[in-house]
Design a protein around this ligand. Sequence first.
Ligand SMILES: [Zn+2]
Ligand SMILES: [Zn+2]
Length: 357
Amino acid sequence: MLVPLDSVEILAIVDNEVDPMSTQPPCITATGRLGDVALTKGRQVGQERGGGTGLEGLDPIGGVKPGFEKSVKEVAMEQLCCGAHGLSLMLTAIKAGASQALLFDTAPTESIFEANTRRLQPSLKDVKHIHLSHWHRDHSGGMLSAVRMIQDAKGSSLPPVTVDLHPARPDYRGFVTPLGVVSLEADPSFQEIEDVGGKVVKTNEAHEVLDSHFLVSGEIPRVTVYEDGIRGGLRLENGAWVSDQWIMDERFIVCHVKDKGLVLFTGCSHAGVVNAAKHAITLGSPDGSIPLYAVVGGYHLADAEPEKIATTVSDLKALGVKVLIAGHCTGWRAKFEIEKEMPGSLVPSFVGIKTVI
Ligand SMILES: [Zn+2]
Ligand SMILES: [Zn+2]
């Protein structure tokens, strides 16, 4: 049984989209836009820059005030995060003033995970658990860096980070193209993850983690007729490429925020975001009393037909979801459809933004 949280913080360490300027709707609290970066991470520039009265007549807050004649800080563009095709969210559960953190996926490359983590400076020593949503390199590629950096932050006094993985790691994944099979890079191996200090746990069963603050799903039942996985998806098995349309190793995370409801975190939604949403309700609220409040992550509709996008959004609306934090592989058409059909509920997931539910 999930423990009701006071709130959950979602820090987008890596996601596809960068937009430090757009405001977000009032259904969530968000920080990390350009102004926040300037004020919290900007460099002190001393008293040498400015000093005249040139602000007069231009200052929107009414003329030159004492102390406003000179710049106080300089914001460096290097402080802004970069986007990449993949996902890595740091989830922090807040309960009675205490917090527990989980890393949901690890970005497509080590370099982008390292660069954005240096910019955002999250408290990596607090990350007790890494969850990999599925074996695809755009989610696993930064894994070894993530484990190394978390272990470095923890030092030797704290227990090692647990790395929660599905046991069915393919040798390679790929897909069919008109020119032939394209292979992805191999995911990090269990041994490589252990070698950098992670404590590997392999399971395909649903289980609660971090004192029941989060729940990791097992296999996601495929119940809708229109969510049909990756057509042309492949895996290399015993040296031969075989069909792998359904990505059955995909799992999600769910938590319960009190007075709001369940929050679903989905990596790529190869199982279908509606299938994931239905199963999140089954797991997180067996008696059906807790509504599904928010769906966070990749909805995998970037290359979907218009009918599938419309049906998906209609079904999410019917489930009563209030907040759709859509990122990674959701695609602009699906985000547009959400905004059209469920105005005020779309929160595009921008890298570098911290959202609180
Ligand atoms: Zn994937
Ligand atoms: Zn993905």
